[in-house]
Design a protein around this ligand. Structure first.
Ligand SMILES: Cc1ncc(COP(=O)(O)O)c(C=O)c1O
Length: 260
């Protein structure tokens, strides 16, 4: 880490973060890796160094234990913090109607299903939710996943295989890359938000393969908006499939995850 970055990070408020490592990384102590264990890998060493520096300096923000429900303000370590990292885009956590429905459902169905959705974990509530979601979106059917990561893994690995190919935006989420690996489908990247670069990849289409283009509606790290009309035009010209992942537009009624 560069000195200027360290300095920038050191501009802190007076608020103290919690220590998720229970004092393992104390200020001034150096973590010395064991050379014979499972953590004897460069990746682990790199992370231990970063955490060993960040945690005692109050700059390790992962796995902080909130002492309240998530919302615009949260409490941790007995102090109030402004929350700017959550995915609660619609601000529905804590909505009284949702809380009441969840409590009622626990009374009826318990706190967990007895298995995964595929086996014995599907309830009529799941079905009802998916039917209502499909109707709301004007789609034939809807399928819900417990996380975005699982959605990408499940969709790409079940619909594509080694004889196809996937072309992804260079800044597409990591889970798409993992999904392609799982599907053993060849993957190419085009320059971020650059339809010309996509066109070049599409033009090199190997014969007999289906092509899936993967983009995001709004790139969550940078806030860039995808030039979707241009991408859709290219998809049509090259007879490809398109998956556009978005999670910010449910209020407008536009599809959150388009696969065409
Ligand atoms: C495009 C995209 N895919 C997948 C994910 C992963 O979603 P989750 O954190 O729900 O697993 C995200 C999360 O921000 C995302 O932006």
């Amino acid at each position: 880490m560069s000195n200027s970055l360290l300095q920038a990070l050191s501009v802190q408020s007076t608020k103290r973060l919690g220590d998720p490592f229970d004092g393992y990384f104390k200020k001034g102590t150096k973590w010395t890796p064991r050379t014979d264990g499972l953590l004897d890998i460069s990746n682990a060493k790199r992370w231990f160094e970063v955490i060993g520096w960040g945690s005692p300096n109050d700059l390790y923000t992962y796995q902080q234990a909130l002492e309240s429900k998530s919302g615009p303000r949260v409490r941790l370590g007995g102090q109030q913090f402004l929350m700017i990292s959550s995915y609660d885009y619609l601000g529905l956590i804590g909505h009284p109607a949702i809380e009441a429905a969840a409590i009622e459902a626990i009374g009826e169905y318990g706190t967990s299903t007895g298995g995964v959705r595929l086996l014995v974990g599907t309830t009529d509530l799941h079905r009802q939710f998916e039917r209502e979601l499909a109707a709301y979106k004007g789609a034939e059917a809807a399928m819900t996943f417990s996380s975005g990561y699982m959605a990408n893994l499940g969709i790409v690995s079940s619909l594509l295989g080694p004889d196809d190919r996937v072309i992804i935006d260079a800044k597409a989420h990591r889970s798409i890359v993992e999904a392609c690996r799982l599907a053993r489908v060849p993957m190419q990247r085009f320059h971020h938000n650059d339809p010309f670069s996509l066109q070049q990849k599409l033009a090199s289409k190997p014969s007999g393969r289906r092509t899936l283009i993967v983009v995001e509606g709004v790139y969550s790290m940078d806030g860039d908006i995808c030039p979707l009309p241009d991408i859709v035009e290219l998809k049509k010209q090259h007879d490809a499939f398109l998956m556009a992942f978005g999670k910010f537009d449910i209020k407008s009624g536009k599809p959150s995850l388009i696969i065409e």
